[in-house]
Design a protein around this ligand. Structure first.
Ligand code: HEM
Length: 201
């Protein structure tokens, strides 16, 4: 197998900004003093998720939802093969990881959608509690995601985290993306920055 470009720039930068926003928002969630930072990080996360939803349709091949969203049965079959030590290798996301991604994007949006009204003192106590449940659910999926990345990296003898940094993976040249789409980076950064600023006003 050759080294091929799989992840475009917006997918990679969006991923690491999303991870950083989640960590910052989670770490500052209980503090009055850091409230503004918390809300900015949550808003940034929402902007990144919204961009990712559009990029899932308009992005490069392996970033598109159509290329990696599979049925729960396909995810189960992938996990069974993994347990038997013979998982299929995917140039993009594997079918089980894809479900974690759906969970992370959905919970990321739900976290901001429930947290923002709390910040604006619009919701009652129940909304605050709901926000906490969503955020802790997201932490759980993040931990599952990290375990999946570790197990997948070991099973395929391939550093998946490094691939999410560099964009390169092993694969068939026919599966490579045609370009790194660097032109879309300003759009990604604008979405993240504007959402972070707007929601924390
Ligand atoms: C802390 C919060 C994190 C969140 C919310 C998060 C979220 C996501 C999302 C949404 C994707 C899909 C990427 C896309 O197609 O756009 C993804 C993929 C990925 N993430 Fe994370 N991530 C987090 C942390 C991490 C960390 C710390 C690592 C590294 C150890 C990591 C490694 C990866 C890798 C390697 C992939 C690609 C998996 C594959 O090859 O299919 N993530 N993550």
């Amino acid at each position: 197998m050759n080294k091929i470009l799989v992840w475009d720039w917006p997918t990679r930068i969006g991923h690491w900004l999303m991870a950083a926003s989640f960590v910052i928002a989670y770490a500052t969630g209980d503090s009055e003093e850091w409230r503004l930072v918390h809300v900015m990080a949550g808003g940034t996360l929402a902007g990144l998720v919204l961009f990712r939803l559009v990029w899932g349709v308009a992005g490069s091949r392996h970033a598109r939802f159509g290329s990696f969203l599979r049925s729960p049965l396909a995810a189960w079959q992938y996990l069974s093969a993994l347990a038997r030590g013979r998982p299929e290798h995917y140039a993009g996301h594997n079918p089980a990881g894809a479900w974690a991604i759906v969970g992370l994007l959905g919970l990321g949006l739900a976290a901001t959608a429930s947290g923002w009204p709390v910040y604006q003192e619009m919701g009652g106590e129940w909304l605050e509690e709901f926000h906490e449940v969503v955020v802790n659910g997201m932490l759980l999926v993040v931990l599952l995601h990290l375990a999946g990345v570790l197990v997948g990296s070991l099973a395929h003898r391939e550093n998946l985290a490094r691939a999410m940094l560099t964009g390169w993976k092993r694969g068939d040249p026919a599966e490579a993306i045609s370009g790194a789409r660097v032109w879309a980076l300003p759009v990604l950064l604008a979405c993240a920055g504007l959402a972070g600023w707007y929601l924390s006003r």
